[in-house]
Design a protein around this ligand. Structure first.
Ligand code: GAR
Length: 206
């Protein structure tokens, strides 16, 4: 066997099993759209399912165009959600603006396989009721000189799972909630897909 052939054998042996992602959303889905774009044509990872707690005709249409399954389910019943995920052979669940609490039964079925993004620097400005605009309003009211994003594994408690990555941004003096949201959204779009990719690659090839 020559060097090139042995290198090819090595690459083949190291290749990870194909990983299928589900995106859970409750909002407009700008993060979900960005993640879908990032993993389009990816050799090892695909977005295979989008599950929305609310009606989202635009996202449904986009999924139809891209050949991605779309489901809508308002109440988080673990059995229903798990059955949907099993049907689509989901390996990873990404919460991309998902506002329901994830029950222990679901976390137990996907240990260290559920990843959330929070639009502030945890452990501050997290917990029940802290989502979307509420978070930016609280950061503005506290006159924080910086904010950022936290990407973490999900456990049974709101925003308490192991941190995977954080990115910070300096804020202008007395920044409004709208301005903070703008800065934070930029970080989400820039970093969330690459962190997801890194976590999956590291876990699967370990
Ligand atoms: C995002 O900013 C995300 O970080 C936040 O909701 C927004 C969803 O926007 N998530 C949370 O607050 C979770 N606690 P999108 O639907 O346009 O992606």
């Amino acid at each position: 066997m020559n060097t090139r052939e042995s290198q090819q054998m090595c690459n083949f042996a190291l290749r990870m099993k194909f990983q299928r992602i589900a995106l859970f959303i409750s909002g407009k889905g700008s993060n979900a759209r960005n993640i879908m774009r990032y993993f389009q044509n990816h050799p090892d990872i695909s977005v295979s399912l989008v599950l929305s707690t609310v009606e989202n005709t635009e996202m449904h249409q986009l999924c139809l165009e891209r050949g991605i399954a779309f489901e809508q389910s308002g109440t988080f019943d673990s059995e229903t959600y798990l059955s949907i995920c099993r049907t689509h052979q989901i390996d990873w669940v990404i919460l991309a603006g998902f506002l329901k609490k994830i029950p222990a039964a679901f976390v137990g079925a996907y240990p260290n396989r559920v990843i959330n993004i929070h639009p502030a620097l945890l452990p501050n400005f997290g917990g029940k009721g802290m989502y979307g605009a509420h978070v930016h309003k609280a950061v503005a009211e506290a006159r924080m000189p910086f904010s950022g994003i936290s990407i973490h594994f999900v456990n049974e408690e709101f925003d308490k799972g192991k941190l995977l990555a954080q990115f910070a941004v300096a804020l202008p003096h007395l920044a409004s909630a709208e301005r903070i949201e703008q800065e934070v959204r930029y970080l989400e779009i820039k970093h969330f897909p690459t962190v997801i990719e890194q976590v999956i690659r590291t876990t699967v090839t370990e």
